[in-house]
Write a protein that binds this ligand. Structure first.
Ligand code: GLY
Length: 464
């Protein structure tokens, strides 16, 4: 955990942003896999972690805005728990470690909430993403669980986003160390293992193990596939063949819950083909040039559009697209090959605070979300500020279903040369991704051990 001052300062900062009432932060409970006593690995709620730091199930934190008081509610363990799970700090001890001096059991939480509501005080809570939480809120406050979502406090959402969006030195250090100590090794190991005859699952299993060896786990399910054109492909059953591209999108989560998120695309067997090189260089240029443009005051939406233009220009040079770059991008024709956004915020969640609402996080400054195919998926569009951390992850994909649909519809025939696409139907996809901190001077890529990403460096690692 961070020093207790970090958590009490965060709670104090929230108090300064909110007008009145009390904010309730529900920590997560264990979730069962296949029978009640066989749980998934426990993951604490990220906002609870941010303000209260405690990585234990079944805790509820309260920040009283009006009374300058913080509480943690939860039940102390009993003898049965000690027999099965070993001893644990008491609730009081847990509270002291994060600078909270008021505590009570879960019955006391019910009494606290009910008496404050009776006195006309405003309760604030964040939108729940687990059904169990909705039921808990129904029992505590009396709002039917189907209605809970729309009673979430917008004032609290906006205040939490304002605080969590700006990463402090401790958070940055946590991400940098995890990148260098774990995520770097996950990717370099995957590169070295990518040989003909190896199954994708052998590599994904090994690198997931590496992430756990650091005291955390993966920040999201690993995407590792020779079908890189499937954006969130979690199937790992293919046997690698020389000449295939292997897309690896994997990042470790730090012991305190901070994400890293890196993508590399590599040639099985160690050498890119000419066709692969041509597409790879376009994606790499988009990634590197877009990172160069990151600085305070710039809208990330404009950098996304810059990536779209670089990709379009590159594909025009190869004869895959045609026409005017600006017109093609403004029409959305490039989205055939780059159908997702340039990036998302990252922090205690890999898609940071997505549970609070993507528009509050990536568009919270009033930037408008487009409804155009491709651009609509951009998660982070807002003006950049020092302390923002986000991914830069352009890609080019050849998605047969999308190509065939648009071809049949004769969509964007002024911008796409459908006749050459037969040569790319088995290409797959290329994505290159790094995580970037906005600094007052510009930006810094998270991590101090660059993970190979030029063609030369990748080929050298795989086949020295
Ligand atoms: N790296 C996985 C994702 O951003 O969704």
């Amino acid at each position: 955990m961070f020093n207790q001052k970090v958590y009490s300062n965060r709670r104090q900062n929230l108090r300064k942003l909110m007008k009145s009432g009390f904010a309730v932060f529900f920590g997560n409970s264990e979730a069962s896999m296949n029978y009640p006593a066989n749980p998934y690995r426990f993951r604490q709620d990220s906002s609870f972690l941010y303000f209260f730091g405690l990585n234990y199930p079944d805790l509820v934190g309260v920040i009283d805005i009006d009374n300058n008081t913080d509480y943690i509610f939860g039940n102390d363990i009993d003898l049965d728990d000690i027999i099965w799970m070993g001893n644990q700090p008491t609730l009081k001890e847990k509270c002291v470690s994060v600078g909270v001096d008021k505590s009570g059991n879960l019955k006391a939480l019910t009494e606290f909430v009910k008496s404050n509501l009776k006195n006309g005080r405003k309760i604030h809570f964040l939108p729940p993403y687990r059904s169990q939480r909705r039921i808990q809120i129904e029992e505590l406050i009396g709002i039917p669980h189907s209605q809970v979502q729309k009673h979430a406090s917008i004032e609290l959402i906006e205040s939490v986003v304002k605080l969590r969006a700006i990463k402090d030195e401790y958070e940055i250090k946590e991400m940098e160390e995890t990148m260098d100590n774990v995520t770097y090794h996950m990717h370099v190991s995957a590169m070295k293992m990518a040989k003909e005859g190896v199954y994708e699952r052998e590599i994904s299993g090994f690198i997931e193990g590496l992430s756990m060896s650091n005291g955390g786990t993966v920040a999201y399910p690993i995407i590792l596939s020779v079908n890189g054109e499937i954006l969130h492909n979690h199937y790992h059953g293919n046997k690698l063949k020389n000449g295939q591209l292997l897309l690896i999108d994997a990042g470790a989560e730090s012991p305190l819950g901070y994400a890293t998120d890196i993508t590399r695309t590599i040639p099985v067997g160690g050498r890119f083909s000419q066709q692969q090189k041509e597409i790879y260089e376009i994606v790499l240029k988009a990634e590197v040039d877009c990172i160069e443009k990151i600085k305070p005051g710039v809208h990330y939406k404009d950098i996304h559009l810059e990536a779209a233009k670089i990709i379009t220009a590159g594909l025009i040079d190869l004869g895959i697209m045609k026409g005017n770059v600006e017109e093609a991008v403004s029409a959305g024709a490039h989205a055939m090959f780059f159908p997702h956004g340039l990036g998302h915020m990252m922090g205690l969640d890999v898609h940071d605070m997505e549970d609070l609402g993507e528009n509050y996080v990536g568009y919270g400054d009033g930037t408008q979300r487009s409804d155009q195919f491709g651009l609509a998926y951009l998660r982070m569009a807002r003006k950049l500020e020092p302390g923002h951390v986000m991914t830069s992850e352009p890609g080019i994909y050849f998605i047969p279903a999308l190509i065939n649909t648009w071809k049949n519809e004769k969509k964007f025939i002024d911008f796409i040369n459908y006749n050459v696409l037969d040569n790319y139907m088995n290409f797959g996809g290329i994505r290159i991704e790094d995580d970037v901190l906005v600094t007052s001077a510009g930006h810094k890529i998270i991590g101090n051990k660059p993970i190979p990403k030029t063609i030369e460096d990748i080929e050298k690692i795989i086949l020295p």
